[in-house]
Design a binder for this molecule. Structure first.
Ligand code: NAD
Length: 361
């Protein structure tokens, strides 16, 4: 298979971590008989330096012509970088917001995996995390409260603010389908999270999710109220496979779930649209404090690349091989500085990439 991949290395640690992910993809492609065609794309500060804007129309068109885009991270230090003396619509982050919109990326996927070897970094009690956990949070990204009408007005001398939470059935159906598709590639369980005891939007959410579930008889569906889900995530995270939820609930729950895994350098993410296309990136930022030092953890980006192979190219075997190689490297005791603990072997960004590529089978 020929993999046409757009690559946004971005700013800060972006180029360092993406280089390692490409190394791992190349090795997997070599083993499994694929070819990779990379298209380098400029976004964020790197694009401002060349074009004066964080994202050009040409780059958007080029990204659309790829099967998937792998990204590092964009942005710099807001206090010292000249990019932040520009007006907000010309700053690095504006490029990211625009590309998400242009590519219609409505589904955000964030895995929260606790590797047994890293359980020391988890703030939960050992009896809760024994054996690790592995869940996927699927968050609706372009609707709901963050995109509804809002206003602040004075009513009878009292300042009053309004935010509206709207979902239509089509928006719910398309994300629900995505959630069930992903569950089919995993342990076949969907926990749909809402607040159906209070909100109309949640009652419609629940109804549409049930309709979609009828097309996926192999997947077990349960509904959970968001307040209960927030508790269950710290009480018994092992119970979850795919958590499917709307924008604001997903924003909060995905941060809670990622916190219980320990390190930001391990957190992959993907944003998908209705086709197989996706934008894959680590959850962390460009980490200007450690950029250029060769110490950033590339694992989140490498795991994002594995997600890309699984969800955009249906290369499940290759994705599993990468995930197993990551687990193996951790088992063997290799750590970047952010996940370092006593008795383990500290390695830099490049060495970590070499090790993971080397363990690929
Ligand atoms: P950050 O995630 O870049 O850094 C927070 C802390 O985590 C830092 O101490 C950093 O060194 C550490 N860290 C992050 N990734 C790491 C890795 N792979 N390995 C080891 N340590 C890692 O967040 P921030 O400092 O708030 O933001 C820095 C810049 O990144 C800002 O310009 C921000 O706008 C941008 N940002 C971009 C994205 C994106 O591209 N999607 C996301 C978040 C932040």
């Amino acid at each position: 298979m020929n993999l046409k991949i757009g690559v946004i290395k971005g700013d800060g640690i972006g180029p360092e971590i993406v280089t390692e992910a490409m190394k791992v993809i190349d090795k997997a492609a070599q083993i499994y008989g694929h070819t990779c065609e990379y298209m380098q794309l400029l976004m964020g500060g790197a694009s401002i330096d060349v074009h004066g804007v964080p994202l050009t129309d040409e780059t958007v068109a080029a990204a659309k012509s790829c099967d998937a885009v792998l990204m590092g991270s964009i942005g710099g230090d807001a206090k010292t970088s000249p990019w932040y003396r520009l007006e907000p619509s010309k700053r690095p982050e504006a490029g990211l917001l625009r590309i998400r919109k242009e590519l219609n990326l409505f589904a955000n996927l964030r895995p929260a995996v606790l590797y047994d070897e890293l359980k020391g970094a988890c703030p939960l009690k050992e009896e809760i995390t024994e054996g690790g956990f592995d869940m996927m949070i699927m968050r609706e990204l372009t609707g709901g409260l963050y995109f509804g009408e809002r206003k602040t007005v004075e009513e009878n001398g009292v300042m009053t603010a309004y935010d509206s939470l709207t979902y239509n059935e089509n928006e719910i159906r398309r994300i629900a389908k995505r959630g069930f598709d992903i569950a089919m590639k995993r342990r076949k369980k969907v926990t749909s999270v809402d607040k159906a005891n209070v909100l109309d939007s949640s009652r419609l959410w629940r109804k549409v999710v049930e309709e979609v579930a009828a097309d996926y008889p192999a997947v077990a569906l349960e509904h959970m109220l968001v307040d209960n889900c927030a508790m269950q995530l710290v009480k018994d995270p092992k119970q979850f496979d795919v958590i499917l939820t709307e924008n604001m609930f997903g924003d909060i729950l995905s941060d809670e779930a990622s916190m219980v895994t320990g390190s930001i350098g391990m957190l992959a993410s993907a944003s998908l649209n209705e086709t197989k296309f996706g934008l894959y990136e680590p959850s962390g930022g460009s980490a200007p404090d450690i950029a250029g030092k060769g110490i950033a953890n590339p694992i989140a980006t490498i795991l994002s690349a594995a997600m890309m192979l699984r969800f955009s190219f249906d290369l499940d075997r290759e994705a599993e091989a990468i995930e197993s190689a990551v687990a193996k490297v951790l088992e063997e005791g290799y750590r970047t500085i952010d996940i370092m603990s006593e008795g383990k072997t500290q390695v830099g960004t490049e060495k970590m990439g070499d090790l993971i590529a080397g363990y690929l089978k």
